[in-house]
Design a protein around this ligand. Sequence first.
Ligand SMILES: CC(C)CCNC(=O)Cn1cc(-c2ccc3c(-c4nc5ccccc5[nH]4)n[nH]c3c2)cn1
Length: 262
Amino acid sequence: WSMSDFEIGKYIGEGKFGKVYLAREKQSGYVVALKVIYKAKLEKYRFHAHLRREIEIQHGLDHPNVLRLFTWFHDEERVVLVLEYAARGELYKVLRAAGCFTERTAATYVASLAGALAYCHKKQVIHRDIKPENLLLDIEGRLKIADFGWAARSNAKRHTLCGTIDYLAPEMIEKKAHDHAVDNWTLGILCYEFLYGSPPFEADEQDDTLRRIVRVDLTFPSTPYVSSEAKDLISKLLVKDSSKRLSLEDIMKHPWIKKNAE
Ligand SMILES: CC(C)CCNC(=O)Cn1cc(-c2ccc3c(-c4nc5ccccc5[nH]4)n[nH]c3c2)cn1
């Protein structure tokens, strides 16, 4: 493959190592996202080995809710990743526009995330980072984890620097050892935010957010649109002791998910 196999379309987003463009493969007409990474940048950050490993990992993943890395190629100055194009873009822009999601939509996304994470953990890949900027939607509105990982964000304007602390689990803040149970915590944060439109521990000052997280100062605004089953699931994920958080399997068997996820 080479760049001449593709017609390059609009600029989509920015990673630390490169830019992402909409593109169409000329022979098949297939629309993809091309991520162009400059080798000079890789040299500067000594990222060759890391990128190669990331590519191997990502290329081996095949799940409906994990954004596909179809293939890759390089020329003298660039490495190009041929990624699945998610036509509806960043999930967070859709959430901001809608304010909040219905219980069916929220449960469907939480089930998709739990399924994708369980699949990745089974493949011994636990560095999937389900930060909001990493979530995209395809043309059917299906959720895709696009793990930007080291490559930082797409063009997510959603977060100023401080906004990103909303997703930190207590053990991360207290600098304790953490494992993939942080993903279960993040799922709780995301589920809350899908239903209420903002994350549970949001505060004006960063320090207040950190204090609320480590105290798990969780309160549910009284609204008729959020069922007690939803609150039950969130309360079983936003648990300080990471070993006591609901497992991915148990999330998928939870009554609220069984009842609402499509
Ligand atoms: C190191 C490597 C093997 C990891 C592979 N993963 C990545 O490179 C992660 N990555 C995915 C992207 C990315 C960014 C944006 C999109 C989009 C997309 N569609 C959009 C529609 C409207 C507005 C924005 C959109 N972004 N589709 N597919 C994408 C893929 C950028 N980096």
